[in-house]
Ligand binder design. Structure first.
Ligand SMILES: Nc1ncnc2c1ncn2[C@@H]1O[C@H](COP(=O)(O)OP(=O)(O)OP(=O)(O)O)[C@@H](O)[C@H]1O
Length: 707
């Protein structure tokens, strides 16, 4: 205690109300220790020790593991009679083999053979064989006699005891031992289930799939437990082996476990409970997509919030996968009749049910799939003629102006309403600000992108397709933060149709079945097939099943790169129902506008502004160095690469490497190590930057400078 006495009297002399009083002590409490030791209750300490101690069996650590251990125990007890008989039979076979080896004097014979003296030793070996036959005969006679005598004197009881002891001895001899020939059946039956009971089978599968070496083993972190309609297990790989490699070679592991790869989910366990060598596996009992598809949960809700991820589908483990749409964009690609339109409509359904969203729908399939959206869409077109393509071009020009105007207005808003140059939920619902979440859905986007109608853009001759590609690329880069979402579906996900610059900036990707791994990479991103994600391997019968690479967190975890998902099934009747409800919600909220309100609002076009924006899309002149030069370089040379080696940038742009690294990190771009395949086919690990990071940094810098 540090105290000081204020000896002065508080009463002032002469004041009638105030009287003289004793000294007042004034002080402050000073702790000896800045952080006093807090006593941890013994129960908590015990619990902590129990969970972390390697001496406590795993099965006693959690309830689920204990229940599983109990189930395994019961199954083991029920199976034990058969296992015992099996072991005795194997013991008999092993015993017979050993006896044969002994009687044929195999070891002596082999030694003689090796030293090429078999002819010399032949008589000796024969004599020994004869002698051993005689010994065998004598032992048989002696045992038979002994049995008769014991049976005559003491009855059958001692014989039974001897028989039981002999069968136990045979069972011990015949017990399954790894690596001993003759004790392990060459076909272990349905391996899918065997590994759940016998971890050795799992270890063998990892070895067979060449994921671990012959002398290496796995450490069981969590024993096999029932999760949904399958088995789940978590294992640690031996030191230096990587979980990412197991994910990559999932197919080999599926083969080793004798299951279809669609039944096997392998994930790296990340975060606090995981590390680079910890693998979580889930094996479905049967094809998880053979069951009838589920209807979308949106049918059961009266309204949806566009800021919430939209229910998109289920993964093989039947986990619900929701797709975040705001602040990102989505590309759906597949060959015909695989469920692209269904997938794009699912994304749309969530936004339809939010009356504060504005929808643009361009259906170049010109079918019935999107017709119902007419009743909610601010702008709607269906057809594949030049006039439709040109109408889309005008919409995009309007959206470019809208995005620019939003950024301008956001700059003038105070920090409390708009803390960053990004739209917030409150801003999007504030009718005075007029910045609703705006989504543009373009089905069969390859139609406008391939259109060759010549147009004049501020004196520059272009085809409509090229200009639409440029507008979409600009929007995909800049519009998500301003609340404009792009959803593009294409039947032809090839590099010629969808410009690489556009692909690179689309945040979320969903690849249903495509023709080959190249097309799959075009939708999902460079080298995704080498990381174990190739949508050309999906089965044609699995309609609506695709690989989702989300931009943001999903139920499978924030760190999961991609996952196989089956979209919810939303046939036309359900879609119509949702659109009807979306219209009613908009009517009630007073937000029904444009085409849906029967008044195709005049386009607010600013072609000069849009052309200027597109012309300066990468905005290299606006950006600080070295970002400007890097952006210019990647626009010209990155194609559809996701990763640019530092050496390439430093070499091409003539930068000093250390200063370059420092400056790039100031703009939020940190380099990382990645494996790349060089032109001569070699794989090397190099340092470099993610193109997406560079573009994001450029967009931020560009926005900050008044794009
Ligand atoms: N999640 C799903 N579950 C089951 N079946 C589905 C699912 N999604 C789509 N399908 C089926 O796939 C068929 C094709 O779907 P969709 O029309 O979306 O294909 P598409 O890829 O857009 O075809 P196209 O390229 O010809 O336009 C649908 O008729 C539907 O029956």
């Amino acid at each position: 205690m540090n105290a000081s006495a204020t000896g002065s009297s508080l009463a002032r002399e002469g004041s009638p109300e105030l009287q003289r009083c004793e000294s007042v002590l004034d002080g402050e409490l000073v702790e000896d220790q800045p952080f006093p030791a807090v006593r941890v209750p013994w129960r908590r300490r015990l619990r902590r020790w129990w969970h972390s101690s390697p001496r406590v069996p795993l099965s006693l650590k959690t309830r689920a593991q204990a229940v599983q251990a109990l189930k395994d125990g019961i199954v083991a007890v029920l199976r034990s009679p058969w296992r015992f008989v099996g072991a005795v039979v194997r013991g008999l076979v092993t015993g017979a083999r050993l006896w044969r080896r002994w009687i044929t004097v195999r070891d002596y014979r082999e030694a003689a053979e090796e030293s090429q003296k078999l002819a010399d030793k032949f008589t000796e070996i024969r004599a020994l064989t004869l002698f051993r036959w005689k010994v065998t005969g004598a032992v048989l006679v002696a045992v038979t006699l002994a049995i008769f005598i014991i049976a005559a004197i003491y009855g059958e009881r001692p014989l039974r005891i001897v028989a039981a002891a002999a069968s136990v001895a045979l069972a011990v001899l015949g017990r399954r031992k790894d690596g001993k020939p003759g004790r392990k059946p060459s076909l272990a039956g349905p391996r899918t289930l065997t590994w759940t009971m016998d971890t050795q089978v799992l270890v063998d599968a990892f070895r067979d799939a060449k994921l671990i070496g012959k002398d290496e083993s796995l450490r069981l972190v969590e024993r096999a437990t029932r999760v949904g309609d399958g088995w789940s297990v978590i294992v640690d790989l031996p030191a230096t082996r990587k979980a990412a490699d197991v994910v990559k070679h999932r197919e080999a592991l599926a083969s080793a476990l004798a299951v279809d790869e669609i039944q096997l989910i392998v994930e790296r366990v990340r975060g606090n409970g995981g590390h680079a060598g910890r693998v979580s596996m889930w094996v479905a009992d049967e094809d998880p997509y053979a069951t009838p598809p589920r209807r979308t949960p949106l049918l059961g809700v009266s309204q949806w919030d566009a800021w919430q991820p939209v229910p998109f589908g289920r993964d093989a483990r039947d986990r619900r996968i929701d797709l975040p749409l705001v602040w990102t964009s989505l590309l759906v690609g597949a060959i015909p009749r695989q469920g692209k339109t269904f997938a794009a409509r699912l994304a749309a359904a969530g936004l339809v049910l939010d009356p504060h969203t504005r929808l643009y729908v361009a259906d170049f399939k010109a079918g019935k799939d999107w017709v119902a959206a007419e009743q909610v869409a601010h702008r709607f077109l269906s057809g594949d003629d030049t006039e439709h393509v040109l109408a889309l071009k005008d919409w995009l020009v309007e959206l470019v102006s809208e995005v620019q105007s939003r950024y301008r207005r956001m700059r003038d808003l105070d920090d409390e309403i708009c803390p960053e140059s990004k739209i917030t939920p409150d801003m999007s619902r504030d009718s005075a600000l007029n910045m609703p979440i705006t989504a543009i859905f373009i089905d069969e986007v390859q139609v406008p992108l391939e259109d060759r109608t010549p147009i004049d853009v501020q004196g520059k001759k272009l085809t409509a397709g090229e200009y639409i590609g440029e507008l979409l690329t600009w929007l995909a880069k800049k519009a998500p933060a301003a609340g404009v979402v792009l959803v593009l579906a294409t039947q032809r996900p090839d590099s010629k149709t969808i410009p690489s610059g556009l692909r690179a900036v689309l945040g979320s990707r969903f690849a249903l079945r495509v023709m080959d791994w190249r097309d799959s990479n075009i939708v999902l991103g460079e080298q995704m097939n080498t990381r174990g994600y190739d949508s050309s391997r999906l089965l044609p019968s699995h309609k609506g099943v695709g690989i989702l690479r989300p931009d943001g967190e999903t139920q499978a975890g924030a760190d999961v790169l991609a996952m196989t998902v089956r979209t919810y099934y939303m046939p036309v009747e359900d879609w119509q129902d949702i659109c009807r409800r979306g219209r009613a919600l908009r009517l009630a909220a007073g937000t029904l506008t444009g085409h849906a309100a029967g008044e195709d609002a005049a386009l607010l076009l600013d072609p000069v502004g849009a052309a200027k924006a597109i012309g300066s899309a990468p905005a290299p002149v606006d950006l600080p160095d070295p970002l400007a030069a890097v952006v210019e370089y990647i626009e010209a040379n990155a194609d559809d690469r996701e990763f640019i080696p530092t050496a390439e940038l430093v070499g091409a742009l003539d930068f000093e490497p250390n200063a370059f690294g420092r400056q790039m990190s100031e703009y939020g771009c940190s380099s990382e190590r990645r494996r790349i395949t060089t032109e001569d086919g070699e794989t090397r690990q190099v340092r470099g930057y993610l193109v997406a990071d560079i573009r994001r940094a450029a967009a931020e810098q560009g926005c900050g400078r008044g794009s």
